[in-house]
Design a protein around this ligand. Structure first.
Ligand SMILES: N[C@@H](CCC(=O)N[C@@H](CS)C(=O)NCC(=O)O)C(=O)O
Length: 256
């Protein structure tokens, strides 16, 4: 049986479950979510942070149901349906929300053209260096590979941390750069418990930044109980599951 699979825990828990309950009314914007997914959490944070009205719909993307494939042919969460039209890809969705709801505050991209595009450089860095390093670390099977992957993850975070202006990445304002990275901060306890990661190894600036982001209201409102995240990743962390995870990756399947 390939993993993750249809048996994933079916719904959000903890604070995120309360948010889901409040977001059931039909709206122009339908948010197709998987409670467990870090990419979903980005778009979800943007929605909650800015108070944009949306209807929450839970999808298990591993089931590949017809109605969802019609929304996102790639079969990945997050996706949205807006006035009958569909969009997907977490960072595209966050930018779409900026464009489609400009009056909902706070805006997450700076209005200054230089700052706005400087933010995009770091969004690209998160996508190309930080996120893949996390998945490589989770998937590393031998102790040598784990050490290499841990060094890569620490290096990717350290280079990012050097550029944090504080209190948020771009300075005074919480921005899309913070939104894009925080789901992996929320989940870093998994690599701390299983792969020897320590926030201390990245440095005091990182420790403070990570703690500040985790406490942000929109982040708590979209976070489920840790035990259930661990359940999802546990499949990659147990030795017996790892060869299967590697097969799934080779077959081009995304992992949460
Ligand atoms: N690049 C996509 C990644 C989304 C993604 O990988 N979602 C995972 C869940 S975390 C998914 O839907 N996986 C289903 C599958 O691989 O079949 C984004 O940023 O939105």
């Amino acid at each position: 049986m390939s993993i993750p699979d249809e048996r994933i825990f079916p719904h959000a828990t903890g604070t995120a479950a309360k948010t889901v309950e409040k977001r059931q009314e039909p709206q122009d914007l339908v948010f197709y979510s998987g409670w467990f997914c870090p990419f979903v959490q980005r778009a979800w944070i943007a929605l909650e942070e800015r108070g944009i009205p949306y209807q929450y719909k839970e999808v298990n993307p591993y089931k590949k149901e017809r109605h969802f494939l019609d929304i996102n042919p790639k079969g990945l969460v997050p996706a949205v349906e807006y006035k009958g039209k569909a969009l997907y890809e977490s960072l595209v969705l966050c930018e779409f929300l900026e464009d489609a709801y400009p009056t909902y505050k706070p805006n997450l991209l700076p209005s200054d053209p230089f700052e706005r595009n400087y933010a995009r450089i770091w969004l690209d860095y998160i996508s190309k260096s930080i996120v893949p390093a996390f998945f490589r670390l989770i998937q590393a099977q031998t102790s040598e590979k784990r050490q290499e992957a841990l060094a890569e993850w620490n290096k990717a975070l350290t280079q990012f941390a050097e550029k944090i202006k504080g209190p948020y990445f771009l300075g005074e304002e919480f921005s899309l750069v913070d939104v894009a990275i925080v789901p992996w901060i929320v989940r870093d306890y998994i690599v701390a418990e299983n792969r020897g990661f320590k926030r201390d190894d990245v440095g005091s600036k990182w420790i403070e930044y990570a703690a500040r982001l985790e406490k942000r209201d929109s982040v708590s409102k979209t976070s489920s109980d840790k035990e259930h995240y661990a359940e999802i990743y546990g499949r990659y962390l147990r030795d017996e599951a790892q060869s299967e995870a590697a097969k799934a990756t080779r077959a081009g399947r995304a992992i949460p």
